[in-house]
Ligand binder design. Structure first.
Ligand code: SF4
Length: 455
């Protein structure tokens, strides 16, 4: 996800704005421990973006009399000196996102900002608005975002009367990366290098201007890597304004909220959302590294899908990843049953597929899927592949599968054009090289056309 913050010297100073909030009446929807109908009056509230040097970050009580009593019964307006964020996290474990947001803004004022990626974390901005306190929003423009994300940024600025504080990657670093490796090197050698240049370093630079930041991370987002997100913590990865370990605090008000509840909240509050969500995208990052997910799939499977699940954090939230020695249980693929089980699908051994590679003239064409049984995209195409195998059997085309994960992965990458799972290869009758199926449309008709045209 793309986040950034400008340094303190670039903040919008002393500007003020009013919000023409959504007119929808949320009626009596129950979100966490409070009723949204009780908060409808706060859409009339005025917000002001303070100078970064501004001292005051208390809310204007005359503007938010009910929210302050109904929503934050345990949050005191006086300054607290709570240094033990582990304790504070425990204390806030049962708190609603609104209470947590209020606490974070109250505690850090203009030294805290919301990280906005252009996805459903727009909920954070709505929660901040509901607190009635001034707030800052920042984002990273990696240069590779979807047009829909830029449109959402614009809609959010207009809806909330704010200016998002963007940070951009270092132009010289991007130039060097792209000139050396091309625009899509991440498909070849992993996303870390590109993410480091376009996201992590800009974020690091940006966070140096803050004492705390607020993210939209949730425990249910990424099994394994996000399962232990505290409500608030000393940032385990980045440094803040004062420098050194412990100089930055990270707040995760949505840590305990489930995705479905975030969406109910967004719908009820009539918050602008990314148009990509309507096209099946859930988790949204850069355009080349994000794709829609299938029904029932986990949202993080739409990100960097060509890589192992374990490597999916881009570096922004790496502190969530537990140490190797205690991760095995969480991150190792569960034992799964084999797939493409059919009499019409031949299971090739390493020797078998090496023979296919060697033969220039084959007795019949072969269609082979390189797969991993745990891969949801392989699982999703299982039925159509088996049906295809039945149809091709009568046409004299052999259909096969080769399990290409684990020990076979390097071989498959080197010799069989494996990029991501599933990879489908056609070994035509007389062509020496296998032809890789170039599309993600893996339905029977599309695959049948491919075979018929090239066999
Ligand atoms: Fe680069 Fe993809 Fe990372 Fe964006 S998500 S910075 S395009 S590797």
């Amino acid at each position: 996800m793309a986040f950034a913050v400008t340094s303190s010297s670039t903040a919008i100073s002393g500007s003020s704005f009013s919000r023409s909030g959504p007119s929808s009446d949320p009626k009596a929807l129950q979100i966490c421990s409070f009723r949204l109908s009780d908060l409808s009056h706060v859409s009339q509230r005025r917000h002001s973006i303070k100078s970064l040097k501004a001292e005051s970050h208390t809310r204007n009580a005359s503007l938010v009399p009910r929210a302050s009593t109904l929503v934050t019964p345990e949050v005191e307006e006086k300054e607290e000196d709570v240094e033990d964020f582990e304790q504070l996290a425990k204390k806030l474990e049962e708190a609603s996102p609104l209470e947590i947001m209020d606490k974070a803004l109250q505690k850090f004022g203009s030294n805290i900002a919301i990280a906005f990626s252009g996805a459903e974390d727009v909920a954070l901005i709505e929660y901040a608005r509901l607190t009635g306190r001034p707030f800052r929003v920042f984002s990273l423009d990696t240069g590779r975002l979807n047009p829909e994300t830029y449109r959402l940024f614009d809609a959010v600025e207009k809806q909330y009367g704010i200016r998002i504080e963007y940070t951009f990657p270092d132009a010289v670093e991007v130039q060097a990366l792209v000139r050396n490796k091309g625009l899509f090197s991440f498909y070849e050698d992993g996303h870390q290098e590109c993410c480091r240049v376009r996201k992590v370093r800009p974020l690091r630079r940006a966070l140096k201007g803050l004492k705390a930041w607020i993210t939209g991370q949730r425990k249910d987002q990424s099994p394994g890597t996000r399962s232990e997100i505290p409500i608030v913590q000393v940032d385990p990865v980045f440094e803040g304004l004062d420098g050194g370990v412990g100089s930055l605090v990270k707040w995760n008000p949505l840590a305990n909220v489930e995705g479905v509840d975030v969406w109910n909240f967004l719908r009820t509050m009539d918050v602008p959302v990314n148009a990509l969500h309507a096209q099946g995208y859930v988790s949204i990052g850069c355009e080349p590294c994000t794709r829609p997910v299938l029904p029932g799939q986990h949202e993080r499977e739409g990100r960097w899908w060509w890589e192992d699940a374990k490597a999916k954090e881009c570096g922004l939230h790496k502190g969530n990843i537990k140490k190797e020695d205690d991760t095995t249980a969480d991150l190792a693929p569960a034992i799964v049953h084999d797939i493409f089980e059919s009499n019409d699908v031949v299971a090739l051994t390493r020797g078998g597929i090496e023979n296919l590679l060697k033969l220039g003239n084959r007795k019949e064409p072969w269609l082979v899927v390189l797969y991993a049984p745990w891969c949801p995209f392989c699982q999703a195409m299982e039925a159509s592949y088996v049906e295809l195998a039945e149809k091709l059997a009568v046409k004299g085309v052999k259909v096969a599968k080769f399990r290409a994960d684990g020990d076979q992965k390097e071989f498959a990458k080197q010799e069989l054009q494996l990029g991501s799972f599933p990879t489908i290869l056609l070994f035509p009758k007389s062509a020496p090289r296998a032809i890789k199926y170039p599309s993600e449309h893996r339905d029977v008709d599309s695959l049948m056309s491919f075979v018929n045209l090239l066999r």
